[in-house]
Design a protein around this ligand. Structure first.
Ligand code: ADP
Ligand code: MG
Ligand code: MG
Length: 514
């Protein structure tokens, strides 16, 4: 523990958080008037993180950006991967896929004239293949829609840099104890790195915005806006607003926020493909909603889906386009990890290094659909018969809280497998919408977690690194902007299976590089 009363550190942290907007909204259900702001769930101090792994995550960000774009344009691959068992059992993914085909299968759609804007976050855990071997970076998932916390994460990094320098002598031993858990390096630690997310993400939006104005209005930005598509009742509003405010203060670009429900009655598309909101024209659509069935309360053929289609069928740049959204599904992630598949997207000789870099971050991923190969079946056998807790079962969902672990996972597999007449293991088609993933075991470090600005407790914790990347691609596939755009570290107690800050499992933290 730090050599200073925790309450004193927590008071500093909470005050710094208030002064710098590290806040989330809270309110009683269905009572907007009860809303107030409080300190976001956070780790009091940063967590030790090997610099080498951090650098690796950073250096592979642009490759994943390109990959998402190439996958998004390969309708044959998306149809083959998602159109069978997944679409049959997961109606949400089926709907996104069907809109994608409707819009991009039509050569006359004005959507073909739009740029694509990607604001991605690739998430990783450290994992050691064998006990005693160094920890390596393994990808948990790649988020292509509503990748959040860039705003809060920047300010948390600043907070952690403040605390670890202001109270350096009192915290030194605590940091060193954690450092020894993740690395044998004895070099002096560089500490919490600069987090450029809050400047680079708005910068990418501005690039897409400017290109739109140039292409369709001779550079005139009057009356042009960026639309943030948001959830009704969103509580992570400060994080979103930080992007909005920076977009305006750095570039003078105004934002309008709206749910899909509201968009359905307020936004129209004109004959030339311009999205209109009253006398304003939407140049860029940025989704912080639309990834969950609950964002479409009017149901399958409801007004929210119509709004999504209207937004897509326009010349505005979408973040993400339907193709990017699909490229971020867990099933696509699993398919990309199969031998030879990355090479399909990066066939050139000089792209080999990029392919190897991405591959080295893949964990074991297994299909449970009709396309399962013997290695996939072996993994299921192992999950059924081996030591419990070596796998995670994942549906095609976003936002945390949907995965199966441990005994629940085993039960689900047992219920949906049988022995064929030849003695082999048969998978029920109910499993096709899931993927099976090797469970990662990141190093456990001490952490002190705060909720509502108060110490919630301390104990062993594990962390997940998120690495943002932004990309802008023109209609014919020319990459006009592609860069690493900052980081996020989330920390949770080790006995918690799920992740996600908004879903209440994890807290925001920062890496203390060593
Ligand atoms: P979502 O899109 O809902 O965030 P994730 O794949 O990120 O889905 O899973 C949610 C959380 O579950 C992660 O943040 C992580 O804490 C945990 N998790 C997911 N995959 C693994 C894994 N392979 N090993 C260990 N934990 C995992
Ligand atoms: Mg996700
Ligand atoms: Mg996740």
């Amino acid at each position: 523990m730090p050599d200073i009363p925790l309450e004193l550190l927590a008071t500093h942290a909470n005050a710094y958080a208030s002064a710098n907007g590290i806040q989330v909204e809270r309110r009683k259900k269905d009572d907007p008037a009860s809303a107030y702001f409080e300190c976001a769930p956070m780790s009091l101090l940063p967590n030790a993180y090997p610099k080498e792994a951090f650098d690796q995550a950073q250096s592979v960000a642009t490759a994943f950006n390109e990959l998402v774009d190439r996958v998004s344009r390969d309708s044959e691959f998306l149809e083959k991967t998602l159109g069978g068992g997944v679409a049959e059992h997961d109606l949400f993914t089926a709907k996104i896929l069907s809109l994608y085909k409707e819009v991009y299968g039509n050569d006359d759609s004005v959507a073909h004239t739009a740029d694509r804007l990607g604001i991605q976050r690739s998430d990783y855990m450290l994992h050691s293949v064998k006990e005693g071997e160094p920890y390596r970076l393994k990808q948990v998932e790649l988020n292509t829609i509503a990748a959040s916390f860039a705003g809060l994460a920047c300010n948390i990094a600043d907070l952690h840099r403040y605390l670890t320098t202001r109270f350096a002598p009192e915290i030194e031993d605590y940091l060193l104890t954690n450092q020894k858990i993740v690395t044998a390096s004895t070099e002096s630690a560089p500490g919490v790195p600069e987090n450029p997310a809050l400047s680079r993400i708005p910068a990418a939006m501005q690039i897409a915005f400017n290109r739109y104005c140039k292409k369709f209005s001779g550079g005139d930005s009057a009356n042009k806006i960026v639309l943030f598509v948001v959830q009704e009742g969103e509580t992570n509003t400060v994080d979103q607003r930080m992007l909005e405010f920076r977009l305006f203060s750095d570039f003078g670009v105004p934002v309008v926020r709206m749910s899909l429900t509201k968009a359905s009655s307020e936004i129209t598309v004109s004959d030339d493909g311009a999205l209109k909101l009253g006398d304003k024209e939407i140049a860029v659509v940025y989704y912080r909603a639309g990834y969950a069935p609950t964002d479409y309360p009017d149901g399958d053929d409801g007004i929210e889906w119509k709004a999504r289609l209207t937004l897509e069928n326009s010349r505005a740049a979408k973040c993400p386009s339907l193709g990017y959204h699909l490229a971020g599904t867990k099933k696509v992630q699993q398919e990309l990890a199969r031998p030879g598949v990355l090479e399909r997207f990066f066939p050139k000789e000089d792209e080999k290094e990029m392919v190897e870099k991405m591959k080295s971050a893949f964990a074991g991923l297994y299909s449970l659909g009709e396309d399962a190969v013997p290695e996939d079946i072996d993994a299921v056998q192992e999950a059924l018969g081996g030591k419990e807790g070596q796998f995670v079962l994942k549906p095609q969902r976003e936002g945390g809280g949907y995965n199966f672990y441990g005994a629940q996972l085993k039960e689900k597999l047992e219920k949906n497998t049988s022995e064929g007449s030849d003695g082999s293991l048969k998978l029920s088609e109910n499993l096709a919408e899931y993927i099976l993933m090797q469970r990662l075991f990141p190093p456990q470090q001490r952490a002190i977690l705060l909720r509502g600005g108060k110490v919630e407790g301390s104990g062993d914790s594990i962390s997940e690194l998120g690495c943002y990347g932004t990309v802008v691609v023109d209609p014919v596939g020319e990459v006009v902007h592609n860069e690493y755009a900052g980081f996020l570290l989330r920390t949770k107690f080790s006995n918690v299976d799920e992740g996600g800050v908004a879903s209440g499992f994890a807290t925001l933290s920062s890496p203390y590089l060593c």
